[in-house]
Design a protein around this ligand. Structure first.
Ligand SMILES: [Zn+2]
Length: 373
């Protein structure tokens, strides 16, 4: 675990810090199979990636914003899992509400990757429940999922320099906003740090995921996890928009903007204390902690009871170590073995920084409440 309240990438190699600075000269058109967007122009495209049982095209929405000035090409993708909606609003606001007159470089905005899943409001592609986010980089002549992934990947991912892929927790659970990134890769680490989330979970990700395959193909990419499926959660969306602006500032796309650094940051790697705490009893869960909550070793996280609330059948689940609740159950019913919460350990320094930050925000809230009285 490493903790750093500053940029946190002073130890990155020079090539990583110089990345993007050589993109100069004339701004370039963005091209994909079937189209082109010139500097200073933007385009809303519906791009065919498959066909339905009726033979109609399956088309993904894509907005390409090519700035007047030269700079990196950045993709922002969401809803590879069709019911994970928060990122859609992030990408739509970046694409359509932001003023792009000062943009250096190009934004490739992909608000809904898994269109069949989105239409059904399901995580997977409804065709045999395939996971689009295990099908990248895809392949021509392969399964339906891989063919779709291939068309997305070759046209809109490979031409980019860096990428941000937005997700939420699986249905029935929620996540605090955090980044997942292969921080061993220096440019991925730079993207992850610039997104300015408090928590980064390190790791390259399973094969077939967009972030891992894009990174392997030379497009350093991070995943942002935020909130729950089937919702727009305004506070998380606003925080993610701050993260996007911060990444764009870091890589020179928005040269007049400043990079935002979080007050505290913890990078959780494989050796650190982190665990999905699972239920050992089936029943109805009374969750005592929320997303992003801090829990001390031995404190109760939840109780599990039967329908009769019988005293001797109440199971209390305590925190095995002091940590932060990064993900938590929302749907309050479990079988034995179902996950209750995702707890990650914190060092003493991070704990102190986090508590100080929360005291400050509590004080601000109290003083605002006093002003309203
Ligand atoms: Zn997802």
């Amino acid at each position: 675990m490493s903790d750093d309240a500053s940029r946190g990438d002073d130890d990155l190699p020079e090539e990583a810090l110089a990345f993007g600075s050589d993109i100069g000269g004339d701004p370039e058109p963005f091209t994909y199979n079937g189209g082109r967007v010139d500097p200073g122009e933007s385009a809303n495209v519906r791009y065919g990636i498959s066909e339905t049982y009726l033979g109609d095209p399956v088309r993904i929405p894509v907005t390409i914003v090519n700035g007047e000035h030269p700079g990196p090409t950045v993709f922002l993708s969401t809803a590879a899992h069709g019911d994970e909606l928060n990122g859609i609003e992030v990408v739509r606001e970046v694409a359509h509400d932001w003023d792009h007159s000062a943009l250096h470089g190009t934004l490739v905005c992909l608000p809904v990757l898994n269109v069949p899943g989105f239409l059904a409001q399901e995580r997977y592609l409804p065709i045999y429940d395939r996971d689009l986010n295990r099908s990248f980089p895809g392949r021509e002549g392969s399964t339906s999922a891989r063919r779709m992934a291939h068309r997305i990947f070759t046209n809109f991912i490979e031409p980019c320099d860096i990428g941000l892929d937005f997700h939420t927790s699986t249905r029935g659970r929620t996540n605090m906003l955090h980044v997942r990134a292969n921080v061993e890769h220096p440019i991925v680490a730079r993207v992850a740090n610039a997104f300015s989330s408090n928590v980064i979970i390190a790791g390259e990700g399973p094969s077939g995921t967009l972030r891992r395959e894009a990174t392997d193909a030379g497009v350093p990419t991070i995943t942002i996890e935020m909130g729950e499926a089937h919702r727009f959660q305004r506070r998380l969306i606003d925080r993610a928009l701050t993260g996007v602006a911060s990444v764009l500032a870091e890589f020179g796309c928005l040269p007049d903007s400043t990079v935002h650094w979080p007050g505290w940051r913890t990078v959780i790697d494989d050796d650190d204390e982190k665990t999905w705490i699972r239920a050992d009893a089936g029943g109805i869960v009374d969750m005592k902690r929320g997303r992003g909550g801090l829990v001390r070793e031995g404190e109760a996280i939840c109780t599990i009871t039967n329908p009769f609330k019988e005293e001797d059948d109440i199971e209390t689940v305590d925190a095995p170590f002091t940590g932060l609740i990064v993900g938590v159950l929302e749907n309050p019913v479990v079988y034995p073995g179902n996950p209750l919460c995702h707890l990650v350990g914190l060092s003493e320094d991070t704990l102190t920084a986090l508590e100080r930050e929360r005291e400050r925000s509590d004080a601000r809230r109290r003083s605002r409440a006093r002003l309203r009285e």
